[in-house]
Design a protein around this ligand. Sequence first.
Ligand code: HEC
Length: 413
Amino acid sequence: MRSALTCFSLAMLALLSAACGPGGSKTSLAAGAASADAGKPSTDLVFDGISTADAINPNEITLSWQPAILASTGSGAGLMRYHVYRGLTEELAKQESSFVATTDPGVDSFIDSGLPDSTTIYYRVVAMDTEERTSITTEVASAHTPSSYGAGTIDYSSDILPLWNTPMPGDANTTCLSCHTNPGAGMLDLSTLEGVLAGVGSLGAPDSFVIPYQGESSWSEFLSRMSVWPNFFEHSPYFAEPTGLAAMEESLMAWISEGALAEADSTPPVFEFGDSETAGRYFGEFTAFDTVQITFPHAVDPESLPFNGSRAGQLEYAIYAGVDSNNINWDKPVAIGLVELANENDPTISTSFEWLESDSLIVVVRPMDASGRSVPFDFENYNPETASASEITNFRNRMRNQSANEREIFIQR
Ligand code: HEC
C-alpha cells in the first residue's frame, strides 16, 4: 500500500528541514489512542527501519520499509503507523525537528514530493504503535534526485519550420516543404517536430537525422544526409547554389546542438530490474589493482527515438562512485558509458574506470537519454570544486534527464 501523504509546501532547498514540521502532516493522530506512554520510545517495537529510498523523478523520492511488530505479542503490524524524518545530512535525519509526516496505520511506504532536484536527501522512519510508543530506530537511507530536464530554448514551429520555406534555386515555387510533407510515401516529414525526429522509414528501420549520437550529429551530418544516395538530384539545385543553405545554417546548427529534443522528455530511461533476463547482471569487480569494471544491462527509454533501428544507441550511462553510500561524488561521474553500435546486441554493457581511493567502493549507474548530449562539455578537466557557475550549469545540462531507479553495488578489491 502506498501512502498518499506528501508535503507540498516544500519548494526550496533551504526550507527542507523547516517547511514540513509536524503541522505540515496531512494526517491527524488516531482519536483516543494516546496513553501515558505516548511519544515514549519503547523496546517492545521490533522495527528494522527504512529499507529503500529511490528517487522516482527530479522532485519525488519513494521510501519503503518492512512492517514493525510488537515483541510482546508478535503482532500489531496492521495497526502500526510510521513517522518519516528527512534531512540534508544523515545527522539531520536523526533529529526530531526533521519530522515530515505520519502515515496511516499499516502503510509501509511513502512518497515524498516537492523536493529540489540534483540533491541527496536522507530519510529515517520510526514505527509508532497504537499506544503511541515509538521504536528506537536510527537506520537512515538516502536517495539522490536527478537533474530536471532543461528543455531546449529553440521552438520548432517559430524558429525552425519557417526555414523549410527556403525556395529551390531557380524554382521559387518549390521549397523544402513542397516535397517533405508526405511521410506515408517514404518522405521525410519536415512539417512537424515529430516527423523530423522520426526521419523517414518504418519503425523497424527508421532513419532519423537530427538526433545527436555520440556527439556526431552536426550541420555537416545534416548536409551529408541531404546529399545522400539515391535522391541527390532532388537537392542538387540547393548544392549548386549554396547561399540558400548557408542562410539556414546558423539557426539549424543551434537547434541541432541543443539536442533537437526541444520538448520535455518527462521520463528518464530506467533499468528493468524485474526482468529475469537481466536480473543479477548488474555487477562489478576489480580487474586490476587500480581498475574497476562494471557490467550492467541496457536500460530502456520508451521516449528515446530509435537510431538506425536501435534504441540502445540513444542512451548513455553515468557511473558514480564513492567509498561508501554517503560519499558518492554526484558532482562528477567516474566514467560515462556508451553503447557502441557494433555491440548493441550484447545483453550487457561494460565500463572500466580507475579507482585508488579505497579497497572497497559503492558504484551507482544511471542511464541518461540523448537530450543533454550535445551540450559542449569537457569531462576530463571538469573539477566541480573550482568550476565557475556557468560550467556547473553546463555540467547539469549535459547530465540532464538521468534515471532515478539505480541500485548501489558494493565492490571489494
Ligand atoms: C523536389 C523535392 C525535394 C525538395 C524540394 C527537397 N527535398 Fe529533401 N529529399 C527529397 C527526397 C526524394 C529525399 C529522399 C527521401 C527522404 O529521405 O525523404 C530527400 C531527403 C532529404 C534528407 C535526408 C533525410 C534522411 O533521413 O536522411 C534531408 C535532410 C532533406 N531531404 C532535407 C531537405 C531540405 C532541408 C530541403 C530544403 C532546403 C529539401 N530537402 C528539399 C526531396 C526533396
